[in-house]
Design a protein around this ligand. Structure first.
Ligand code: PLP
Length: 244
């Protein structure tokens, strides 16, 4: 019994040491990648599949921004985290689930259709708020990925820019899974350029300047290319086990 207890304590202290260390490590790497920038990107701890105990460890290490890709998981964790936790919806969102998170998330990163945008608009008005959103771009035209194509982007913006209750803060992408992060630099450059183009076309202030790009494998390159939100899971919490 005592030995088991001791092992449990050991394991808990070891893991909190690791999460705290991992966060510091990621923040250090971000700092090193900023070079010519004086604005700091916001680091989002992507906590999908991870238990609240681990989120709390990250919270204690200073993290306030957490990213989830399932509505169910946000709902399950929401009340168990401190009130000043900021939740980011980073995964594919079905229109019929918008109502459950409309008062709970600070930013929806994954808007890729007029239908979804109009439901968010409707629910946000009902909730008496303006919901900040990003438009997800399928930057490498991967079949397995969500998001609009580069060609569809201006069309979608045109359709949704006047909707009440939403504010388009910028663009988001999930770059391909690669071994060498340098391979993704081209995509981060394209996303930034797309945003610059969109802003100059729509000079009526309908678009923000946020770029949500970069994950565990490539966030330093994304930082170098101007990311303002970085979404890191594995490098903070370790590998995910989807079988649990
Ligand atoms: C899971 C996920 C991440 C984090 O991925 P890691 O490689 O674990 O850092 C970032 N963005 C999105 C949209 C995700 O689904």
């Amino acid at each position: 019994m005592i030995i088991l207890y001791w092992m449990q304590v050991r394991l808990t202290t070891m893991s909190s040491y690791m999460i705290k260390d991992n966060i510091k490590n990621v923040l250090d790497n971000i700092d090193k990648s900023l070079k010519n920038r004086d604005d700091k990107p916001c680091l989002i701890a992507v906590s999908k599949t991870k238990p609240v105990s681990m989120l709390l460890e990250a919270y204690e290490a200073g993290m306030r921004d957490f990213g989830e890709n399932k509505v169910q998981e946000i709902l399950a964790k929401y009340d168990k985290m401190p009130k000043d936790t900021r939740w980011h919806m980073i995964g594919h969102l079905q229109s019929n689930k918008v109502k459950y998170i409309i008062d709970k998330v600070c930013l929806i990163h994954s808007v890729d259709s007029e239908k979804l945008a109009s439901v968010i608009s409707k629910e946000a008005q009902k909730a008496g708020r303006v919901m900040p959103i990003l438009i997800e771009v399928n930057i490498a035209n991967e079949e397995s990925k969500f998001g609009v194509s580069q060609e569809e982007l201006p069309i979608l913006i045109e359709k949704i820019k006047d909707l009440p209750g939403i504010r388009i803060e910028g663009l988001m992408c999930v770059a391909p899974y690669v071994d060498d992060p340098e391979e993704n630099r081209q995509y981060f450059v394209i996303l930034r350029q797309l945003l610059v183009d969109m802003i100059s076309k729509n000079n009526d202030n309908i678009l923000g300047k946020q770029l949500s790009m970069g994950m565990s494998g490539d966030y330093t390159v994304a930082c170098e290319e101007g990311a303002t939100y970085i979404r890191v899971g594995t490098s903070i919490f370790g590998e995910r086990n989807y079988n649990q």
